[in-house]
Structures are given as structure tokens and as C-alpha cells.
Design a protein around this ligand. Sequence first.
Ligand SMILES: Cc1cc2nc3c(=O)[nH]c(=O)nc-3n(C[C@H](O)[C@H](O)[C@H](O)COP(=O)(O)OP(=O)(O)OC[C@H]3O[C@@H](n4cnc5c(N)ncnc54)[C@H](O)[C@@H]3O)c2cc1C
Length: 472
Amino acid sequence: MKSAFFVSSLLVGAQAFNPTLPLNNAFVQRQAARAEPIRAVRTRGDMDMKYRVVVVGGGPSGSCAAEELAKDKNIETVLLERKMDNAKPCGGAIPLCMVSEFDLPAEIIDRKVRKMKMISPTNREVDIGQTLKPNEYIGMTRREVLDGFLRQRAVNTGATAINGLVTKVELPTTEGGRYKIHYSNFEKGTGAAGIPETIEADVIIGADGANSRVAKAIDAGEYNYAIAFQERIKISEEKMNFYEELAEMYVGDDVSPDFYAWVFPKYDHVGVGTGTVINRPAIKMYQKAIRDRAGDKIANGKIIKVEAHPIPEHPRPRRVVGRVALIGDAAGYVTKCSGEGIYFAAKSGRMAAQSIRELMAGGTRLPTEKEIKDTYIKDYDRLYGPTYTVLDILQRVFYSSNAAREAFVELCESEYVQKVTFDSYLYKRVQGNNPVEDIKLLFKTIGALMRGNALAPRDKPVYNPVESLKRL
Ligand SMILES: Cc1cc2nc3c(=O)[nH]c(=O)nc-3n(C[C@H](O)[C@H](O)[C@H](O)COP(=O)(O)OP(=O)(O)OC[C@H]3O[C@@H](n4cnc5c(N)ncnc54)[C@H](O)[C@@H]3O)c2cc1C
């Protein structure tokens, strides 16, 4: 893909939906009301020896995996989530194709972004999005709403949800033996600590995000990560009108030495944030800079939430070990350059679960490590490997200096660049390129880089004795 995506709960059972932010969303509340009561988790003895797959983590990856598995009633699917109304720190931007592919109802999309402003280190502004058709948009969601919806759908399909924090995973000691998952059960009203319990699993899907315990348990290996910081800021209605259909992306070493900063419109506020890998301790300095750059447009806003979270930079060395498969952020599926991960999380969850379900042949057998790698991992890498590679190259080229960032913004003026970028992002497929336009683009890039060198302020050296400049 050539895209730089910018170019970036339910209380299960009969309880009420309770998101962190005020929510006038009757639809989501209706979904919650329809929820089935929590079914007690059965033990192997009283369940006719059904194989049990436990999905750890109920974000987009885990919920989509659980939904897919639950379609086979011969497999027992359990979804373990530590916080049913979790509001994952996130920009919440999703591509158009996710709405249809994952059958998301209109109510999940708070705003439809049809315009994008790219702002260079010298504050040159380029509007992109002119090539969008009237029905095309980038969906802006609140994660507590999106995740709640997807999780509920998994429960409605037949998954058993447990509100618990996984603390430890014990590996089987015999071939074909079961994994033992230790968790604190928060469902039984014992306050913050919960009740320590265990559940056995024949297969585990690790969907527990960037700090995955499942990944640790199987020694999946480390990945380098960015730290992303976001403030949700409530601004006046008049200022909010400006962001009605508009998202902004700022580049410059003041706001990030290796990423971009953003202002994204949300339900009734804006998300203002930035990220960095190479100078993580300075993240608050970069956050102040993006607030300053956005200036009057967000002035006098009230910060209603401050959030920060790691963003993986590349897949883990091992994504399947034994009968454990990692998906989403736990696997490391966020694209460079854009920091996009929601779609890839949902997609990897669905793909891993489909493979495992098929390999389990109607719940009659267990999948092997090799079989899961030969299906889920191979298919995922074939489908999205090129996307990760291209975006990695783009990040290295265009976020490396102010001169390159200036050139990047200039290039975004090209209708061809806009079309290829948006089409690739919105539809997640490599767009048919035009060789003549590609050659023109190459020359434009060289010219823009030369102009960027002349115009843009030199980058300040990043002195960071704590963090390594070396990417893994
Ligand atoms: C500031 C920021 C902005 C971002 N903006 C965007 C954006 O605009 N668009 C985009 O596409 N991507 C964005 N991303 C990336 C995106 O948020 C992730 O890629 C995506 O959330 C991955 O989904 P997931 O289901 O794999 O993991 P997560 O969403 O992290 O979900 C993991 C789930 O597991 C649960 N969990 C964790 N540990 C345990 C445990 N031990 N026991 C039980 N449950 C557990 C958590 O509560 C959580 O619900 C952003 C990330 C950040 C940090």
C-alpha cells in the first residue's frame, strides 16, 4: 500500500452499558440490553469434552476472533477481558472498508472525515481528500463504543465472556495437554482485586494488546514500540464546527522526531496527540508542541481525558507457539508511518480464528503449531506484508528530517498521491498504479526534497541517553 493512513461494553450479561464518556447512543444501549446472561464456565468434566479456546483480551482483535470461533457450536469459546468498559487510548480512525467487512452499524461512526489537512514544519497547509467520492470517508469512532459493540456481538454469537484479568499462563506439561490460565475474576463483586481463579484451555488466542501477558508466557520475543500520547479536549461548538469533517496531521521535529501529531474529531470533542519511538521520555514536550501548533483552533478547550499507550513497531519474532496464536497489537500488527492498528487487529483476529476453527474440524481435533503457522500466519503475511514494508520505507524516508517532512507535505498536493493514498487506506488493497504518474512522482519527490532542504528548519539533535536510537 502506498498509503500513509494519515498519512494515522459492555458489562456483559444483563447489566447496563456503561461507557466512560457520556453517550447518547440508544443503539448501543439496546445492544447491551439484548445481551445474554453470562453462562457459567464449565469444566472439562461436565462439558462432553468439548475443546475450549480461550481468547485473552476483548479489544477489536479478541472480539472478532471470539465471534468467529463462536460460530462453531462444537467448540467452547471463552473471551477473557479485564475491563468491559475499557476506553483504549486511541485515535479511533478506521478505514471505510472496515464498516462493510465487519458489518458495523452507522451508529458506531461518530464522525465521517472527508477532509484532511497536512501541516508541514514551516506550517504550510495542504488539503487532501479532494479525490474522495461523496460516499467515501474515514470513520471516527470512540473505542469504548466500537469495542463494546464487537464484544457484545461475540457474546451474542455464543462466546462466554468473563470479566477477568489474566495474571499467568501455565504451559501444558504433556502433549495435547491443556494450558492453565490464572486470572482475577472481577465478576463476583469482590472489589478491585477480584477473586483468583483458573481456567483451562486447549487453544489460546492472545489478543491482550501491546503489554501482552500471553506473549510473555510463550516467550514470543520483544518488539520495539512507540509511545503515543493523546488528550481528549472539549472545545467550543464553534471550534468543533471547524473539525466537523476534518482531521489534521502535523509533522515537524517539534511535535515528533519520528512520527506525526494529530487533531482528530471525535464524538463531541477532539483527540489531540503525538507519538515517538526514539525519544519516548520527551513525549510530554512533543504533546505541548502539538497543542501550541494547533493554537487558536483548540484554545480554551477543556482536557477531559489524558491517555498514553505503547504502539508496536513490528511483529514479534514468534506469533504462534504450540497452540497459542497472537493477534492484533499482541502480535505487533500496527503499520509504521500511520500507526494504524484497529483494522489489522480485527482482521488478524478473524483470520486466526477462521484458520483455527477450520483446523479443529468441527471440534474433533486440536491444531498443531505448524498448521496454524501454515494457514493464519502465511495468509496474513501474504495479504499485508507488502503494506507493512511500504509504510516502513515511507516512515524512514519522510519522517527522518524536517526537510523530508516538508517535501512529504508538498507531495501531498498531487492529486495522484492523494488518490493512491486514500484508495490504499480506505480499501486496504494495493491500487493499480500508473507508471507515467509514478515517474513524474519520482521527479517531483526529488524536487520537493531539494526545496525542503532549503526551506525547512534543521532538526534539533535528539539527545537521549536513556532510550536507544537503534530500532530493533
Ligand atoms: C494514542 C493511540 C492512538 C491510536 N490511534 C489509532 C487510530 O486512529 N486508528 C487505528 O487504526 N489505530 C490506532 N491506534 C492503534 C490501535 O489502538 C491498536 O492497534 C488496536 O487497539 C489494537 O487492538 P487489539 O485488540 O489488538 O488490542 P487492544 O485494543 O489493546 O485490546 C486489548 C484488550 O485486552 C485487554 N487486556 C489486556 N491485558 C489483559 C489481561 N492481562 N487480561 C485480560 N484482558 C486484558 C484490554 O483491556 C483490552 O481490551 C492508536 C494507538 C494509540 C496508543
